[in-house]
Design a protein around this ligand. Structure first.
Ligand code: ADP
Ligand code: ZN
Ligand code: ZN
Length: 682
């Protein structure tokens, strides 16, 4: 055996662990053919066996005698592609985690746990189960509006890496544009695959039937976190093996192995749920763009209210802006967009949550046999319970927040840590038996609505009403079928539904978000309000949107009333550029969790000092702010603090983070800390 061949009998393997990777392993010459880059394998690590992925075949970095052998090559599926390795490696470096921490958790459980004896059987079962299951209906023959046709044309003719921002008002037919562009890609190449990312799959049941109708003979799979393990394994495998030509999925699908991926669509690209809330805090939208760039393929980001980041990129010419300014079917008609009216809650004092003008509008709408939608971003009955004689408040014992009153089981529940207890019969401090729920949640509004409209069919959709599988879909189906007169709910009712008979949308108390310290709060509120108001008037019924607020003079409402997102976005962008905030600057957020706030702050102060001293050169291009308590200071008994890191350029920020975090990890802190690059919430 030649020297080169012997050297090649070492593999670099990544596993799901923090810290420096890959690790070196040896393997037998006769298994050489099976140990390929991208293959999964079982390796010994500490006392356990783990599944890892081979990312290189090379000379070992350490003394060859200390290297353990790979236990087993997992060859039942094709190795992961070099593109996939590139993508996960990029994500790991960008978000400051180990490669293995990104790559392995992105695989369905079946492909990242050590296979048991029955693995082979399961494998064939998954292959069978995820056969194409839709072969009905014909594609609806929609004649594109001229704007749809223009946008589709651009996408069809795009070649190479071409990012597009499809800015289209709610109801302008963006989905139709996505599907036409996908259809053309798939038609022009019999192996091509398409990836369609959506924020929330369970809330968009219509998308499935649309895809079914549009691609009757294609294998379409859905990937999201609510799938059973075996379903997910099967769907992933179908994509990995190229059998599935369309993958529609939530943020985790951005990592789905798709060897022939040819076009990517990110619907509702502004939606914060594209950002992972735990573990590696990646943005699936941003990674989708990176993936398109690595593959040199087109990508479309679509929204009625694009994120200010994407808006800025489109303004700068980095994304091509495609616009759908008219709602479908309304371009030539006299039908105006819904009128947005502000109800000043200081003048029209709400009774049990509803002001008189809102109550009248609801009654009128019901009397006309039309549907109403009541939006309130607060679940539960009342956000806090209080004792009026001594001032006791229902604090969560474990968090720096209130426990919310839930009426159906008379409980107090913390929406942050899950704490739940029965509502006390009497005030725990003074014994007063008349405790009072203060403020409004969706349960209370539902009660108020039932009293107001005793004849109406009223449904509520929020996280509590939809705990059971399919509950959300059932409730939404009922609304579509016209079986519901009034739908009350949280932002779950704002997303992409196509309700036909809704002619009134009521938005209750959005004021909390206006008062928020987070510089992204207005952007988020505007997006939600545009989205809910877009639910009205789809069938051409004259329609109204009523916003009940104590801050009717806020400039955000003026832009909202004009339906003018472009102007709002431009103002936001200008303000942020003037104030040196993202996207004009780049941020990372270090958080620490400890028993006491002092300990958490101390850790961050020490870390900050280390950055300033040990990495003074890199740190000189970066601003490290004073550590402060997080806005939710205590969560589940743990104190939390944050340190904001900011730079005018991305490179120095990443240079500092790379060196500094490695040093911090070496020191092995006694508390938990984390880093988030491009944080969405401060
Ligand atoms: P958006 O995603 O932009 O909010 P949708 O894609 O949901 O809008 O389209 C709104 C509605 O218009 C859908 O019911 C869709 O079937 C319909 N639609 C889209 N394009 C056309 C068209 N060219 N002609 C007729 N109806 C259309
Ligand atoms: Zn009391
Ligand atoms: Zn709590």
């Amino acid at each position: 055996m030649s020297k080169a061949e012997i050297e090649s009998l070492f593999a670099q393997v990544i596993v799901d662990l923090p810290g420096v990777q890959p690790f070196d392993y040896s393997f037998e010459a006769d298994s050489a053919a099976r140990i390929q880059i991208g293959a999964r394998c079982v390796v010994p690590l500490g006392r356990n066996d783990r599944v890892g992925i081979v990312v290189g075949l090379n000379r070992p970095a350490i003394d060859a005698n200390r290297i353990k052998p790979i236990k087993r090559a997992l060859t039942e599926i094709e190795p992961l592609s070099s593109h996939w390795l590139q993508l996960t490696r990029f994500a790991a470096e960008y978000y400051q985690h180990s490669w293995g921490e990104v790559a392995l958790p992105s695989l369905p459980r079946a492909w990242r746990s050590v296979p048991g004896a029955r693995h082979a059987q399961s494998l064939s079962r998954w292959r069978e189960r995820s056969q194409p299951r839709w072969a009905e209906a014909g594609a609806p023959n929609l004649k594109h509006t001229s704007q749809q046709a223009a946008a589709t044309d651009v996408l069809i003719n795009a070649s190479g890496f071409a990012p597009h921002l499809l800015f289209g008002v709610t109801g302008s037919g963006k989905t139709e544009v996505y599907l036409s562009a996908i259809a053309r890609r798939l038609a022009s190449n019999p192996t091509a695959q398409a990836l369609l990312l959506v924020p929330e799959i369970n809330l968009t049941p219509q998308l499935e039937s649309l895809l079914r109708a549009r691609f009757p003979s294609e294998h379409v799979v859905a990937l999201h976190s609510n799938l059973a393990d075996t379903e997910r394994a099967g769907a992933w495998l179908a994509a990995h093996e190229g059998r599935a030509r369309i993958v529609v999925g939530t943020r985790l699908a951005v990592f789905c192995s798709m060897p022939q991926l040819s076009i990517i669509v990110v619907d509702e690209e502004h939606d914060p749920s594209y950002k992972a809330g735990e573990g590696v805090r990646y943005s699936a939208r941003d990674l989708a763009v990176k993936r398109a760039q690595l593959l040199d393929i087109p990508i479309v980001l679509g929204s009625a209210t694009p994120s200010i980041e994407s808006w800025a990129l489109a303004q700068a010419g980095r994304y091509r802006l495609l616009q759908l300014a008219e709602r479908v079917g309304m371009a030539d008609s006299l039908q105006p967009r819904p009128a947005i009216e502000l109800i000043d809650a200081r003048v029209h004092k709400p009774q049990n949550g509803l002001s008189a003008p809102v109550a009248h509008a609801l009654t009128d709408t019901f009397d006309r046999g039309e549907q109403s939608l009541v939006f309130l971003n607060r679940r539960g009955y009342a956000p806090v319970v209080t004792c009026e004689s001594c001032g006791w408040l229902s604090n969560c014992p474990r968090c720096s927040t209130f426990a919310v009153f839930h009426k159906p089981d008379r409980s107090l529940r913390c929406h942050h840590c899950g704490y739940a207890a029965p509502v006390p019969r009497a005030c725990p401090t003074c014994g007063n038996q008349h405790l009072k729920g203060v403020g409004q949640g969706t349960q209370r509004i539902e009660e108020t609505l039932r009293a107001l409209l005793p004849e109406a069919k009223i449904a509520r959709i929020d996280r509590d009403s939809t705990r059971q599988r399919h509950a959300a879909k059932k409730a939404l189906d009922a609304v579509h079928a016209g079986e519901v007169d009034v739908l009350v709910g949280t932002q779950m009712i704002a997303k992409g539904h196509d309700f036909q008979r809704v002619s009134l949308v009521v938005v209750l108390n959005p004021d909390g978000q206006l008062a928020s310290h987070d510089f992204r709060a207005p952007e988020r509120l505007f997006a939600t309000l545009m989205q809910v108001s877009g639910r009205a008037g789809r069938a051409g019924l004259p329609s109204r949107v009523l916003v009940q607020t104590r801050l009717p003079g806020h400039p955000l409402f003026a832009a909202l009333a004009r339906h003018d997102y472009a102007q709002f976005a431009q103002t936001q962008l200008t303000e942020r550029q003037a104030a040196r905030m993202p996207p004009a600057t780049y941020q990372a957020l270090m958080t620490a969790e400890a028993r006491t706030m002092e300990a958490a702050l101390d850790f961050l102060r020490t870390a900050r000092d280390q950055a300033l001293q040990q990495f003074a050169m890199a740190a000189s291009y970066v601003r490290l702010f004073d550590p402060v308590p997080m806005s939710l200071q205590r969560l589940a008994g743990v104190s939390r603090a944050q340190l904001l890191i900011e730079a005018d350029q991305r490179t120095p920020l990443h240079t500092l983070l790379g060196a500094w975090l490695a040093a911090l990890r070496d020191k092995r802190a006694a508390l938990r800390w984390n880093i988030e690059v491009d944080p969405l919430e401060l």
